[in-house]
Write a protein that binds this ligand. Structure first.
Ligand SMILES: Nc1ncnc2c1ncn2[C@@H]1O[C@H](COP(=O)(O)OP(=O)(O)OP(=O)(O)O)[C@@H](O)[C@H]1O
Length: 299
């Protein structure tokens, strides 16, 4: 079944077209990322799909129901992560999630189990304003899930976290999707989209430029692979004679071999015992963004 069906969705703020004729389907159980730089229109798009912001044009169906005019039947079936700044003030983490639970008629034991699942049991008595950025994000994710929604929306769940804290959250985010729940998240971070998402919608200036799996987006680039051999292992003249090598380059990390046949080139390197310390790079979503927009990606 289709979890989200969006057609021709448009939202204007005065002269600015924040979301411009967007059509998008999300299948049930899918983990979808909306990826784009600041101001791309990600939040506006999500808020319309969540039923929080009224579109100027277009249709939105969520879990088989029309979202507009406001459809309260959908509320118990979807979870929306609030920004940590929207917590009830001066409550402890446990009081916060229990309050959310009670709004949905969910028992305290379930709320406490979610606190455990996101690793916050030892912070249960800490006031929300005293949680670290990562802890606050985990609490807001738990609050969005406490009523066991079929579909959950996360708006930049790892924003403002350091790289380690972001990676720590990825396991939690992917586990949310394990039980077949549909997840839609927005992110600035290419690596996050690449690791977590089944499909990524690349958004810029209100439009979805491409929507596919990270691997397919990168494959579509048709970019050659770059194989870096550790320094001192190979000189550029020899490297250039290897079958399948298109270009060579001497970098600080060693000699770089550019090729469209990485398997064959790696085979040749292995046969001459030169594989130690080899690094293989293929295209990334950053290359995809550059190819689609002509601009370097700036999160
Ligand atoms: N309420 C509003 N009134 C006027 N303009 C708005 C409003 N909300 C958003 N915008 C503008 O619409 C555009 C899209 O904003 P939006 O917040 O949807 O982007 P975003 O991709 O989520 O950005 P970020 O990653 O920075 O959150 C931006 O240019 C923004 O300034």
């Amino acid at each position: 079944m289709t979890a989200i069906h969006v057609t021709g969705l448009t939202k204007r703020y005065g002269d600015l077209v924040a979301v411009d004729d967007v059509s998008l389907d999300v299948a049930e159980g899918e983990f979808v990322g909306v990826l784009g730089p600041n101001g791309a229109g990600k939040t506006t798009l999500l808020e319309m799909v969540e039923g929080l912001r009224r579109p100027d044009a277009g249709g939105i169906e969520v879990l088989g129901e029309a979202v507009w005019p406001r459809n309260t039947r959908l509320q118990p079936r979807i979870g929306v992560q609030l920004q940590a700044s929207s917590f009830f003030e001066r409550l402890t983490a446990r009081e916060q999630i229990r309050t959310f639970a009670s709004l949905y008629g969910v028992g305290q034991a379930t709320a406490d189990a979610w606190l455990e699942r996101v690793g916050l049991t030892d912070k249960a008595e800490t006031r929300v304003e005293d949680l670290s950025g990562g802890q606050a994000q985990r609490l807001s994710i738990a609050c969005a899930l406490v009523h066991d929604p079929e579909l959950v929306f996360l708006d930049e769940p790892t924003a403002a976290l350091d790289p380690q804290a972001r990676r720590n959250l990825w396991d939690l985010l992917s586990s949310i999707n394990d039980s077949g729940r549909t997840v839609v998240l927005t992110t600035h971070y290419m690596d996050e989209a690449e690791v977590l998402c089944d499909r990524v919608a690349v958004m810029d200036h209100g439009r979805i430029l491409q929507y596919d799996s990270p691997a397919a987006l990168v494959r579509g680039l048709d970019a050659p692979a770059r194989i870096t051999v550790a320094p001192g292992v190979l000189d550029t003249e020899t490297a250039a004679t290897i079958d399948g090598v298109l270009e060579t380059d001497e970098g600080v990390d060693g000699v770089v071999l550019v090729t469209r046949e990485p398997t064959a080139v790696l085979g040749t390197l292995a046969a001459s015992d030169r594989l130690d310390g080899v690094r293989v790079q293929t295209g990334t979503l950053e290359d995809v963004f550059l190819a689609l927009t002509g601009r370097e990606y700036r999160a």
